[in-house]
Write a protein that binds this ligand. Structure first.
Ligand code: GDP
Length: 140
């Protein structure tokens, strides 16, 4: 059964550009409820841990540097079919390929600085949410 929660980050490019509010508005208007939210900044080590699954990919070092380059907003979101619906809302990894009206199409700067993260499975949504939030920091 599909989980009703996913995890997102508003990435440093979008935070720095002052687009966090507009992105959160799009997320809420698409029917997602914010279950937990915080502004924070990753260290390169923590970014490396979060993206460990990509450790073998050629862009891993750049990605860790970029994701720790400035503040981010982390959030857990709730909606029926959350993971899949959120991936549709954010659009393709590369904004050049993202559908019109998606968050990445509107706000992303490049394939790396692509405005938002969205979990790719129910399992990863749970792991990623726990990476940032204890049970006392989220609506249970
Ligand atoms: P996502 O699930 O759509 O976020 O994409 P992936 O899991 O494949 O990649 C994770 C993140 O790594 C992306 O959101 C980008 O920030 C970055 N990334 C992915 N592909 C590339 C690439 O080819 N070059 C660079 N520099 N960064 C990339």
């Amino acid at each position: 059964m599909a989980s009703n929660r996913t995890f997102t980050m508003i990435k440093p490019d979008a935070f720095e550009a002052g687009n966090s509010g507009a992105i959160l508005k799009m997320i809420e208007e698409a029917g997602f409820k914010i279950i937990a939210v915080k502004a924070t900044q990753l260290t390169p080590e923590l970014a490396g841990k979060f993206y460990e699954v990509h450790a073998a990919r050629p862009f891993y070092a750049d990605l860790c540097k970029y994701m720790s380059s400035g503040p981010i907003i982390a959030a857990i979101l709730e909606k029926e079919n959350a993971v899949e619906d959120f991936r549709t809302l954010i659009g393709a990894t590369n904004p050049a390929n993202a559908a019109e009206g998606t968050i990445r199409k509107i706000f992303a700067k490049s394939i790396e600085a692509n405005a938002v993260h969205g979990s790719d499975s129910d399992e990863n949504a749970a792991i990623e949410g726990s990476f940032y939030f204890s049970q006392f920091e989220r609506i249970s």
